[in-house]
Design a protein around this ligand. Structure first.
Ligand SMILES: *Cc1c(COP(=O)(O)O)cnc(C)c1O
Ligand SMILES: [Zn+2]
Length: 416
């Protein structure tokens, strides 16, 4: 049972009846990304604080009455969600903010937040009796989809740009995906996947055009709310590529607001990389979104043509939030700081959230009397090459206690 009322086109506002096969607006085509609307009055009767108190499912499926899925196929999936939320004591002082929380979504089964969308995608593919599911991805959506498809016995076909990091490629290869490295950037990989999906009739896991996937991603916000006992921080910070993740975060808080479980939606800070910031420029200059180069080490947010521009922009505008940019150097520094102060090893696009928080505090967008939650969207192990840029040299020593004592007393710095 679910409480889906209708689909609404984010571009032309047309309303559609809930049809399992509808993915985008019939009159706007691919740009008419749909939003799924619920009957909150009915949902309220099931989803309330006492539901959460009693619920013993500590996975994404505890939110199944708030999602657009049937419940027949959810038991065979990998365990997604209920990732830790840490109260950071070390870093909140360093960055001069009243209180800071870190939601570590690298603790998901394939080590990124994308698992929240992929698990919904494979459930939908099963509902539709499809056997092949496909996507294009900068890396994480692909490796995530490959893992979830493997678990439920679906075949996955995946298109990645030539620059995808080897950690992600290795992951999806071992998961048994049928993978193609497109000679070019993400834009080209995306275009080819779109054509191939249409040609072969595969199930489409491209997160922007498939509205069910944002419904999966929203569970990160639902968890944060529960973990904070519905006393949310003033800000929630997340890095932005296509815009689906931040749209999901907004949707989760919006649902809770409509269910009267929170009285305010937190301000969302969308973080982009200086070398690829189409959302940031459109927001700052109040102009239509322009195509950008994809020039950053943060591969997961190197998206020159965002595929979910309206939902992504709405998330920031409607929450009274902001966009901000960070440099690659700031990202590398943040990877080091998050790891050494908090024990969290994040990939560049994930550490960008902390770099963005720091810049927003410096620019007085986030005030020192406010509170914030940053979302760690993926693990550092996925991109060891870039993590090495933050690494300090490791001394080589002889297997001899006397020389070790000598080296150690010099602070380990004597490395030859
Ligand atoms: C996909 C991804 C993002 C951004 O999500 P979008 O939906 O593309 O905006 C951020 N960080 C990581 C690690 C990701 O994999
Ligand atoms: Zn439309």
């Amino acid at each position: 049972m679910n409480f889906v009322k209708q689909y609404r086109c984010t571009l032309c506002d047309a309303i559609y009846k809930f049809e399992p096969t509808t993915l985008t607006c019939l009159s706007c085509g691919e740009k008419g990304i749909l939003d799924i609307e619920y009957d909150y009055e009915m949902m309220k009767k099931v989803v309330n604080k006492s539901y959460f108190e009693k619920c013993e499912d500590y996975s994404i499926w505890r939110y199944k009455p708030m999602m657009s899925i049937h419940h027949g196929f959810i038991n065979d999936t990998l365990h997604v969600g209920w990732t830790p939320l840490y109260h950071s004591l070390n870093l909140s002082e360093t960055v001069n903010i009243k209180s800071l929380y870190i939601k570590d979504d690298s603790a998901n089964p394939t080590a990124s937040l994308k698992d929240r969308a992929s698990v919904v995608a494979v459930v939908k593919a099963l509902e539709h009796k499809q056997t092949i599911i496909a996507c294009s991805s900068t890396g994480n959506a692909a490796s995530s989809l490959a893992g979830h498809a493997a678990k439920v016995g679906l075949k996955s076909v995946i298109f990645v740009p030539s620059r995808a990091p080897i950690g992600k490629l290795t992951q999806l290869s071992l998961f048994g995906a049928d993978v193609y490295k497109v000679d070019g950037d993400y834009k080209l990989a995306y275009a080819l996947s779109k054509d191939a999906i249409k040609h072969f009739g595969w199930y489409n896991r491209n997160a922007a055009v498939n509205p069910h996937l944002v419904e999966g991603k929203k569970t990160v916000a639902l968890e944060i709310a529960e973990q904070l006992e519905f006393n949310l921080t003033d800000w929630v910070v997340v890095s932005v590529g296509d815009g689906c993740t931040i749209a999901g975060v907004y949707k989760g808080f919006y649902d809770l607001y409509k269910l009267d479980m929170i009285n305010k939606i937190p301000k969302l800070l969308g973080v982009q990389s200086e070398g690829c910031a189409p959302f940031y420029h459109a927001f700052k200059n109040d102009e239509p979104m322009k195509e950008s180069e994809e020039n950053t080490i943060a591969d997961s947010i190197a998206v020159g043509i965002p595929r979910n521009p309206i939902k992504g922009m709405n998330a920031v505008v409607k929450s009274n939030g902001a966009f901000i940019t960070v440099s690659d150097a700031e990202i590398i520094e943040s990877m080091k700081v998050l790891a050494s102060f908090e024990g969290i090893f994040s990939e560049p696009a994930a550490a960008a959230s902390f770099a963005g928080l720091k810049n927003a505090i410096n620019q007085n967008i986030i005030k020192s009397y406010e509170t914030a939650t940053i979302i760690i969207t993926g693990s550092g192990l996925k991109d060891i090459q870039n993590a090495q840029k933050a690494m300090t040299s490791i001394p080589i020593i002889k297997a001899n206690l006397t020389t070790f004592i000598e080296t150690y007393s010099l602070g380990g710095k004597k490395d030859d």
